[in-house]
Design a protein around this ligand. Sequence first.
Ligand code: PRX
Length: 658
Amino acid sequence: MSEQPTILAPDRTSFAPPTELAAQANATADSYADATANRLGYWADQAGRITWAEPFTEVLDWSNPPFAKWYVGGRLNAAYNCVDRHVEAGNGDRVALHFIGEPGDTRDITYAQLKDEVSRAANALTDLGIRAGDRVAIYLPMIPEAVVAMLACARLGAPHTVVFGGFSADALASRIVDCDARIVITADGGYRRGATSALKPAVDDALSKLGGDSPVDHVVVVRRTGQHVPFDDATDVWWHDVVDGSSPDHTPEAFDSEHPLYVMYTSGTTGTPKGILHTTGGYLVQTTSTFWSVFDHKPDDVYWCTADIGWVTGHSYVVYGPLANGASQVLYEGTPDAPHRGRWWEIIQDKGVTILYTAPTAIRTFMKWGEQIPAEYDLSTLRILGSVGESINPEAYHWYREHVGGSNAPIVDTWWQTETGGHMISPLPGVTEGKPGSAMTPLPGIVADVVDDAGQSVANGDSGYLVIREPWPAMLRTIWGDDERYRDTYWSRWEGMYFAGDGARRDEDGAIWLLGRVDDVMNVSGHRLSTTEIESALVSHPKVAEAAVVGAADNTTGQAVVAFVILRESAADDGTDVVADLRAHVAREIGPIAKPRQITVVPELPKTRSGKIMRRLLRDVAENREIGDASTLADASVMESLRGGDSRHANYCGTPRM
Ligand code: PRX
């Protein structure tokens, strides 16, 4: 990639950390210096942020790469670290979770209450036959029981596998079988935009599909909506029947540092999801450490991460990182537009949220709705803003900073993956400057690089592949049940390097700009173009709210740029040819080579429930193919409208090339 530099239109703005924040920041420039001088010494120090039942004797055993062992010989209990120790330290009355249900019900749960509830659930699971090492599947909405269930499993040393509530019965069944789960914890249903949606029937469906192959002995059902659900007394038990009556006393056992903590399924380049295995000690150290440094967390902060518990962000930065730090956080069940489009800002105002962690796709949605909505609320408590999931395009960055962060709160653009377990590349808010669109530099103790096809580091100003050169504590240990696939997928491209699958550019100052998955990088007439880049250019046009770009096969140019855009509501039909305007705009922003061959104005983009745009499906549309597996779409009807089913919105521009 290095010989064909990506065409970039960098936003040259850069924001220094606010002076006051920098003066009191948890992490200082010393963190970088310490970690550079002695990486393992740095991670040994960070391990002091958690409580060990027995100390480790070696920080890292890397004698059998790529199979790492961190904090060798150490023993600990993750749930003890997330709840008990805060109560023992006298902070039992501190609110752990400010739960806000979509219908408006609220529950504040203190650390003392959380400890009792986790202990009760651990006792109940033990009574149902769960022992250390058994797997438990969790299929729940964003309710406190989801957090309790995860911590109860961790307390017992029973790895959990949380399946996002929006996944189908088929997806649930394949995960249950792959990790051989003995119990499924679910709910009757959850709330979404004012309506209830059932969950338990999907579990029944999954188990009946599996028939005699089902490893599941029991289904534990939380009553959330009160809707009627089928109940089989042979297998099904109500959460309140088995948990509420259990003892709140439970002595946590200390497990080996490398004891499995959870399996999280994520999609790869093949059809079958990969079960990413995280273990206890290293994962807890890195999530605890980065929560403290990247979000600059202080005891009186009110933190809110909007990710669902079903994704790795919900694991690392709703459950383990924040709770191990004794944080008070908001847990919100619903969507941003229920019952009105100011719901998030209302929550921030009511709870005095100080740290907000969300995704660029949400920011762009708010941009589409207009800045007058957040302007109606007092957001002045916010002091740190986080972004995750994809590069935040400069347009969204500026909007987030100005209309949410009062032009003062720094934005931490955190690059990481399900596989990395914790933050890897991100600014430290009191130390690192912020450039809109860049995740900046590897965090202390992380050795990331951008390399060319031969695995050589690229020079500043060049693009290549993002790799991690040294093991890190929260790294995945393997793909569940498939060591070979683990080695092949992540460690085989270049000797001794973890290949993340992302393209990146290192700018003139050495800051890292993520360019999207390498399979999303296009080659048009021999020029390398990034989908992210063109999307960013499109979104910088005042009429565009959101854009997705794919490379479609083209007989003449190899690949051609095809764009799908959602217009802002304010983009009145003023009679101009918006498609022609946008092509000209991209040509202006990046260069004529980047001009999309085709731009389609659409009402929605196909997204997973976590908000990721499914470019694979857009590529199918762009290449006029039969649409592939769309089962993980949040809204299946979107594909109909893209196919031209809703032709009122469609506006095709077939004019080829420049
Ligand atoms: O392509 C990168 C993108 O999301 C991928 C990881 O996805 P997942 O495992 O689902 O985890 C998402 C939450 C951590 C990465 O390979 N990605 C994630 N964060 C960023 C990002 N791309 C650019 N900038 C980010 N901040």
